[in-house]
Write a protein that binds this ligand. Structure first.
Ligand code: PBG
Length: 329
């Protein structure tokens, strides 16, 4: 049936109809908020390339999590900035490391908050790479031992979810085995499965003080020209025991999110990364974009592409916006 019998505008004529017929729903239950924690007390260092985000000491982190929970956000993912860095990232898997202390504090003080930890060495190594270096390159297999140590230390501290983001081969299986062997069979693994070597991570590396000191990450993170390869990474991580698979970044990779959603039945997470956030913030500061409208449009797009969960620096703001408006845009 075509025009004039069919009129597509008939169903768009009022806000009430549009709300009833919206195909995609978004809520605070979809969001995971990334937070940066560093040693000290009362520390709240603004991250200049990510306005509204801070490097926080644990006491400030606890307050931030209380606020997030009040806004309806149920999960945070923690990144640590250690006191000292070394070649093998020792503070990353120390039981008194910054993340381990932060997780314990959150479990004690904000018990309703689900705590996820990023498992990667780049924030803890003096060379800024995600593994141990041998002959100028990241050596895969010895790195697995350190990643399992790190995951175990996070689980011992009380992390509900561990999220390996290093892109070493075999790390999901190694982490699952180690967790199970130590009695942490209920610790969830959210795998950064299709993580691309992206220039959109720039602001994060300022925030986490983790840029590589030589070279780049293209020998372990994925080439952004590749889509089929994402399917292989996802399949391997599922076979190794991932509970949730992730695509990262999100906005320039909506095709990957859709393909993964259509091919697996596991929950799919998408990480809307620091660069996606920073470019909208910068444009909004210039009066070129409406931050709130653009951010919600991006988040709905990521959801529409098939993500069940979205890691986003707008988690708190978006949760509040959705609450203020009801679901209405
Ligand atoms: C650690 C890690 C990175 C991000 C999340 N975990 C940086 C990187 O791989 O260089 C980036 C997140 C963001 O840009 O928001 N490996």
């Amino acid at each position: 049936m075509s025009f004039p019998v069919t009129r597509m505008r008939r169903l768009r004529q009022s806000s009430a109809l549009r709300e009833m017929l919206a195909e995609t729903a978004l809520s605070a239950n979809d969001f995971i908020m990334p937070l940066f924690v560093r040693p000290g007390k009362g520390v709240r260092n603004p991250i200049s390339s990510m306005p509204g985000n801070y490097q926080m000491s644990i006491d400030v982190l606890v307050e931030a999590c209380e606020e997030l929970l009040a806004a309806g956000v149920r999960m945070v993912i923690l990144f640590g900035i250690p006191e000292h860095k070394d070649a093998v990232g020792s503070e990353g898997y120390a039981d008194d490391g910054i993340i381990q202390c932060a997780v314990r504090a959150l479990r004690e003080n904000v018990p309703e908050m689900l705590v996820c930890t990023d498992v990667c060495l780049c924030e803890y190594t003096d060379h800024g790479h995600c593994g141990v270096i041998r002959d100028g390159r990241v050596d895969n297999d010895p790195t697995l031992d350190l990643l399992t140590e790190m995951s175990l230390s996070h689980a011992r501290a009380g992390a509900h979810v561990v999220a390996p983001s290093d892109m070493m081969d075999g790390r999901i299986g190694a982490v699952r085995n180690a967790l199970d062997a130590d009695g942490f069979d209920q610790t969830v693994i959210m795998a950064y499965s299709a993580k691309y070597a992206s220039s959109f991570y720039g602001p994060f590396r300022d925030a986490a003080e983790s840029p590589p000191q030589f070279g780049d990450r293209r020998a372990y993170q994925m080439d952004f020209r590749n889509a089929r390869e994402a399917g292989r990474e996802i399949a391997l991580d599922i076979a190794e025991g991932a509970d949730i698979v992730m695509v990262k970044p999100a906005l320039p990779y909506l095709d990957i999110i859709r393909t993964v959603r259509d091919s697996v039945s596991l929950p799919v997470a998408a990480y809307s990364v620091s660069g996606e956030f920073a470019m909208v913030k910068a444009a909004a500061a210039n009066g070129w974009l409406d931050e709130r409208r653009v951010a919600l449009e991006m988040l709905y797009s990521i959801k529409r592409a098939g993500a069940d969960l979205i890691l986003t620096y707008w988690a708190c703001d978006a949760a509040r916006w959705l609450k203020e408006d009801g679901a209405c845009l």
